[in-house]
Design a binder for this molecule. Structure first.
Ligand code: FAD
Ligand code: FES
Length: 257
C-alpha cells in the first residue's frame, strides 16, 4: 500500500490559469518525474481523491501545478499557505531518460507540470532539453514561461496565436526540424497524445514516452477504473495509475485508446 501523508502548503504562486502549491514534504520523500500524488480535495461529497503530477518550483522544491477543471481542482486552487493537504504518493511509473542526442518535451495545458520536473532532472544530468508547450491563449501562461526560459529551450504555442506559434503544442512540434533519433516525452490531452503517436509511426514510438491523464478512482491499481488498452499480447489493458501514467508510445494500443 502506498504511503499516505499530510503536508503543509508553504508557498502559493498563480501563473495564468494554473496555481502552484509548494509542499513541505517529509524528510526522505523522493519522487521521479512523471509520478503523481492522489490528493484529497475537500469534503462536500468528493470522496475520490484527484491525481496531480509532481512538479518543481523555481527553487527546485516539489510542488503541484493545478489547473481548475471541476470542483476538486478548484478547491485545491483556493488553498492558502499554511493549510495542509492529505495525499497518497508518490504513485505510478515516471519517465525514463533515454540515451539520445536530443530530448524533446511536449506539453499540452497542465501537462507542463511533470515535464518541468523532468526538465530539471535532465539539467542535473547536464542535458539541455527543448520544450514545446501549448495553451489556449497568452493569458493562460502567466509569467511561468519567463521562468521556464531559463531552465530549457522553450517554445510556446497558442490556439489563437496570441503568443508564440499559432496552433497546438503538437502543431509546433510538427513545424520544427528534429533528428530522427530524438527522444520525445509528452503529457497532455488524449487527442494530443494519439495525434503524436500517429505522427511518430511504428518506428518512432520506441523513443517516445507519454503520460496519460486518465480519470482515476483508487489510484493504486485496485479498481481498474483507469484501464488503458495495451499492445502486449498477454495483457489487454493496463492500469494507468500503477503501470503508468507514463508509457512508451509503443506499449499503448492507439487504435483502441
Ligand atoms: C496522472 C495524472 C496527473 C495529472 N496531473 C495534473 C496536473 O499536474 N495538473 C492539473 O491541473 N491536472 C492534472 N491532472 C488532471 C486532474 O486530475 C483533473 O483535472 C482533476 O482530477 C479533475 O477533478 P475535478 O474534481 O476538478 O473535476 P471533475 O468534476 O472530476 O471533472 C471536471 C472536468 O474535468 C474532466 N476530468 C476529470 N478528470 C480528468 C482527468 N484525469 N484528465 C482530464 N480531464 C479530467 C472531467 O471529464 C470534467 O469535464 C492529472 C491527471 C492524471 C490522471
Ligand atoms: S484508478 Fe483504480 S486501478 Fe487505477
Amino acid at each position: 500500500m502506498p504511503a499516505g501523508y499530510v503536508a503543509q502548503i508553504v508557498e502559493k504562486n498563480v501563473f495564468g490559469c494554473a496555481t502552484e502549491l509548494v509542499l513541505d514534504l517529509p524528510r526522505g520523500f523522493e519522487a521521479h518525474p512523471g509520478q503523481f500524488l492522489h490528493v484529497r480535495c475537500g469534503g462536500d461529497g468528493r470522496i475520490l481523491r484527484r491525481p496531480f503530477s509532481l512538479t518543481v518550483s523555481q527553487r527546485g522544491e516539489l510542488a503541484l501545478l493545478v489547473r481548475p477543471a471541476g470542483e476538486g481542482s478548484r478547491w485545491l486552487c483556493a488553498r492558502r499557505v499554511g493549510e495542509e493537504l492529505d495525499f497518497l504518493g508518490p504513485l505510478g511509473r515516471g519517465f525514463s531518460i533515454l540515451d539520445a542526442g536530443e530530448h524533446v518535451l511536449v506539453a499540452g495545458g497542465a501537462g507542463i507540470a511533470p515535464l518541468r520536473f523532468l526538465a530539471l532532472d535532465m539539467r542535473k544530468r547536464k542535458l539541455r532539453p527543448s520544450l514545446c508547450w501549448g495553451m489556449e491563449n497568452e493569458e493562460d501562461y502567466g509569467t511561468l514561461p519567463e521562468i521556464l526560459a531559463g531552465e530549457c529551450d522553450l517554445s510556446l504555442a497558442t490556439r489563437d496565436g496570441s503568443a508564440g506559434f499559432e496552433g497546438t503544442a503538437l502543431d509546433l512540434l510538427f513545424s520544427q526540424a528534429r533528428t530522427e533519433s530524438a527522444a520525445i516525452y509528452a503529457c497532455g490531452p488524449r487527442d494530443m497524445l494519439s495525434g503524436m503517436a500517429r505522427w511518430l509511426g511504428e518506428a518512432g514510438r520506441e523513443r517516445a514516452q507519454v503520460s496519460v491523464e486518465e480519470r482515476m478512482a483508487c489510484g493504486v491499481g485496485a479498481c481498474r477504473g483507469c484501464a488503458v488498452p495495451v499492445t502486449d499480447a498477454g495483457a489487454t489493458y493496463a492500469a494507468a495509475c500503477r503501470e503508468g501514467p507514463v508509457f512508451f508510445a509503443r506499449e499503448l494500443d492507439w487504435e483502441r485508446m
